[in-house]
Design a protein around this ligand. Structure first.
Ligand SMILES: Nc1nc2c(c(=O)[nH]1)N[C@H]1C(S)=C(S)[C@@H](COP(=O)(O)O)O[C@H]1N2
Ligand SMILES: [Mo]
Length: 228
């Protein structure tokens, strides 16, 4: 083999390894911990109560009439009660939550596997992201309402540890931590873990949501892929 061809092959191999590392890295499991590692108190951050009339009414009635709406690029739009969500295939995991502000806490999360929910809704082929719309609003801007939202791609949406959590440490989520439902996307930073999820949508692009960067904090300069 001529040195030139050899160099090209080596180069190609290096490239393949780099790509594989990236892809495997995206599919790898986040570390899980044991019950004794669970933080005795778990910090709450960002919104700790959406405090809108509609949300407060759901709190008052124990979310009995609440439903998660699933729409967008799906064959079967869904409306799921908490009981429906609890009947979906679930996962329980003890993981570490890392906030970009520099603190971490460990908790046990249980929830519906997002992959199972999406299987039921049947994604259309052009669905590339899942958007999560929350009950709370923070600082509005001139061109957006300030509603908290997040987006993830299909690698994360279908990842086995990506769940819509309804329980934290074996109890229904409290208002502080996102009742009745929050996202856990364990290989990313805390701001991706949308609390108070009311509606999810399969979309092809997030360019037209709010300021177009794929999330409330992304619209204010944080990275869209917040890998830990
Ligand atoms: N709806 C909503 N989700 C949110 C936030 C928020 O303000 N509103 N803050 C994010 C940030 S920055 C973090 S660190 C975590 C905090 O979750 P916790 O309150 O359960 O600790 O929620 C994330 N999800
Ligand atoms: Mo955070």
């Amino acid at each position: 083999m001529s040195p030139g061809v050899n160099a090209t092959l080596e180069h190609a191999e290096g490239w393949t390894q780099a790509v594989q590392r990236v892809l495997l890295g995206r599919h790898a499991l986040a570390p899980e911990y044991s019950a004794s590692d669970i933080s005795t108190s778990f910090r709450a951050n960002g919104t700790i109560n959406p405090d809108t009339a509609e949300y407060n009414e759901h709190v008052r009635t124990g979310f009995a009439d609440w439903q998660l709406s699933v729409s967008g690029l799906v064959e079967y739009p869904l409306r799921l009660s908490l009981a429906d969500l609890r009947r979906l295939p679930s996962r329980t995991q003890i993981t570490r939550h890392d906030c970009v502000e520099g603190w971490s806490c460990i908790a046990k999360w249980s929830g519906a596997r997002l992959s199972a929910l999406l299987q039921q809704a049947h994604l259309k082929p052009n669905a590339r992201y899942i958007a999560f719309y929350c009950a709370d609003s923070l600082e509005p801007g001139p061109d957006d309402s300030g509603q908290y939202y997040e987006t993830i791609d299909m690698i994360d949406a279908l990842h086995p540890q990506t769940i819509l959590a309804y329980d934290m440490n074996g109890r229904p989520l409290t208002v502080r931590h996102g009742a009745p439902l929050r996202l856990r996307v364990e290989r990313q930073l805390g701001y991706k873990m949308a609390k108070y999820v009311m509606r999810i949508e399969a979309i092809e692009s997030f360019a037209n949501l709010a300021r177009g960067k794929g999330g409330y904090w992304e619209d204010r300069g944080y990275q869209w892929y917040a890998g830990i």
